[in-house]
Design a protein around this ligand. Structure first.
Ligand SMILES: NC(=O)c1ccc[n+]([C@@H]2O[C@H](COP(=O)([O-])OP(=O)(O)OC[C@H]3O[C@@H](n4cnc5c(N)ncnc54)[C@H](O)[C@@H]3O)[C@@H](O)[C@H]2O)c1
Ligand SMILES: Nc1ncnc2c1ncn2[C@@H]1O[C@H](COP(=O)(O)OP(=O)(O)OP(=O)(O)O)[C@@H](O)[C@H]1O
Length: 526
């Protein structure tokens, strides 16, 4: 570029003002300002109009330089046009999806029709919320049809109220999406008399109490570990002999146990259909290994997951609170119940291929308990990722990559990349860059209800790679995208004590968090 400018100056009588960088500026800018045709035309017009005072050789060099410039401008413009078209396509898909969701909501939410909402909105006159709340919101009671009162009902309204005038009435609502997932939200806000207050906290410790005796336990064990194999055989024997429990194991473990002299019959599966039905048969999952074994156990369940009792047989164990040497007492307590559980959210990730954008069937969603990472893989170029949160643009990641993590995963890769540690019951999604090439790119925590879209733009220099809980690497070509949202299927893990005690213990013991010798009293004082 510099050489074309100096050439221009050599052959021109006037100072040259051809700002090529303007068209190249900020690849983030989605509005294309340069049309290739115009820029090419302008270059040739400039050539025709410029008073020339130099030699033929200069002219040849100059026209070659201008051709290069025009070509570069055309490429930039074409790239931007393609990106715009892509953005428009995504917007259309998003709108379509929103419209479909809306329709489903309306269908599922028979009592909350627009009609009803309209009627109720017009009844702002001190109407008490309907006592029959068995409609779309069932017993949870709060739905958009609950109209807030702006005055105290009754024959004698308080004079002070009329003196200050009517308080503006309003109502709060959230979509009654017809499924049970959103209904716990009634706990958060009280609608009484128009004053907004947080009523009950959502993050109370959850207790699991059996209503009938658990009968079947699935064992998931870390491979290639002698101590795990020995303990697994011992635990299976104990559960069968003393607790009369059916035991399921993975096919390879069943073979291992067969060669063992324990001679205990265990059940397993031999096809994917049986594996998919495991959650219907298994009351409890026992894992023997480290955090990786818990991740593995969770990955076997694409839908609901039975409660997991994780025995620590790894090096750190943020999700494995149970001491394996005390397995009898621990299992006794869990089988009897009640016991505390941590509901660990998972992320549901969809890879959307540009090449398959017209196809209805997309790749199967992948569920992760820790995180999905989008990085540069073996490419030596910066990753270039456009990130959107619902319909808002978040940022462009230029660096080694991006981690989208659950709160359970906050102590794993995200922590190593500078993300905050977050209690696993906090409802959020972590957005943590990996080695961003920018001083101001701090990690974010977004609310759990958002959908994130990470797009590899067409003008990205290389491919990106997505990996799921550190496994299953998938290549993302320019134009491909990854869409993540919280899955409706969390992993319930049994606590040794409770969620908070277990979490704090794991960061104290696993990471030696804020370990410092305490100052002694002998020294200067106030
Ligand atoms: N730079 C890093 O810190 C880095 C790099 C790659 C992967 N990882 C993590 O490894 C995970 C896969 O674990 P693996 O056991 O299959 O692989 P692994 O055997 O390579 O172990 C990775 C380490 O991460 C720890 N870990 C896993 N989940 C954790 C959690 N929720 N909280 C705290 N520590 C956790 C494990 O205890 C283990 O020590 C990935 O999900 C990712 O979070 C971390
Ligand atoms: N049943 C299994 N089948 C196949 N792979 C497994 C299974 N259980 C665990 N793994 C894999 O084995 C690896 C090591 O497991 P894990 O993390 O539990 O042990 P660790 O590395 O010894 O402990 P820590 O993670 O605490 O350092 C992980 O990558 C995990 O995905």
């Amino acid at each position: 570029m510099a050489s074309s400018r100096s050439l221009l100056e050599k052959v021109s009588d006037q100072p040259v003002n051809l700002d090529l960088t303007a068209s190249h500026q900020s690849e983030n800018d989605s509005i294309s300002t340069v049309s290739s045709v115009e820029s090419e035309k302008a270059a040739y017009e400039f050539l025709a109009q410029t008073p020339i005072k130099s030699t033929d050789k200069h002219l040849v060099e100059f026209s070659e330089a201008m051709r290069t410039v025009a070509k570069a401008l055309r490429q930039v413009a074409e790239g931007k046009a393609a990106a715009q078209a892509e953005a428009a396509e995504w917007k259309r898909k998003y709108e379509l999806e929103t419209a479909q969701k809306q329709q489903t909501r309306i269908k599922d939410c028979g009592t909350c029709t627009d009609d009803n909402l309209g009627k109720m909105a017009s009844q702002l006159s001190l109407e008490a919320p309907a006592s029959d709340q068995t409609g779309c919101c069932g017993n949870h009671g709060i739905c958009s049809h609950e109209v807030l009162q702006d005055e105290v009902p009754g024959p004698n309204p308080r004079p002070s109220l009329s003196m200050v005038g009517r308080k503006a009435s309003f109502r709060l609502s959230w979509g009654c999406n017809g499924n049970k997932n959103g209904q716990h939200k009634h706990d958060f806000v009280s609608f009484e008399k128009g004053d907004i207050t947080t009523a009950e906290r959502s993050s109370k410790q959850i207790l699991l109490k059996w209503e009938s005796r658990p009968q079947t336990v699935l064992f998931i064990t870390k491979p290639n570990s002698n101590s795990v194999r020995v303990l697994c055989a011992e635990m299976v024997r104990w559960l069968k002999e003393h607790k009369n429990i059916n035991v399921f194991v993975e096919p390879w473990v069943s073979k291992e146990l067969l060669t063992d002299d324990s001679n205990h019959t265990v059940q397993t599966w031999d096809n994917d259909d049986d594996k998919k039905m495991l959650h219907k048969k298994v009351d409890l999952i026992v894992t023997l290994g480290g955090d990786g074994t818990v991740l593995w156990a969770a990955s076997l369940f694409k839908g609901p997951v039975p409660p997991v009792v994780a025995f620590a047989m790894g090096s750190l164990g943020f999700m494995t609170p149970f001491p394996s040497e005390q397995y009898r007492g621990c299992l006794d307590n869990v089988l009897k119940g009640p016991f505390s559980i941590t509901l660990r959210n998972r992320l549901q990730c969809h890879v959307i291929r540009d090449a398959a954008k017209d196809e209805i069937v997309t790749e199967e969603p992948i569920l992760v308990l820790n995180e999905v990472t989008i990085d540069r893989g073996i490419s030596s170029y910066l990753t270039y990722l456009e990130c959107y949160c619902d319909s808002s643009f978040v940022t462009c990641v230029q660096g080694d990559g991006l981690i989208i993590s659950t709160t359970s995963g906050s102590t794993a890769y995200s922590l190593a990349a500078g993300g905050s540690m977050v209690h696993p019951q906090v409802p959020g999604i972590l957005f943590t860059p990996i080695c961003p090439h920018s001083l101001s790119f701090r990690p974010l925590i977004l609310p759990e209800y958002v959908t994130l879209r990470i797009q590899v733009p067409y003008n990205s220099r290389g491919h990106a790679w997505a990996s799921f809980d550190g496994k299953d690497r998938k290549q993302l070509a320019p134009g491909d995208a990854l869409i993540c949202s919280i899955s409706p299927w969390p992993v319930p893990t049994a606590c040794l004590v409770d969620s908070t005690t277990d979490f704090l213990r794991s960061i104290h013991e696993g990471l030696h968090w804020n370990l410092r010798k305490t100052q002694t009293l002998d020294g200067p004082r106030d």
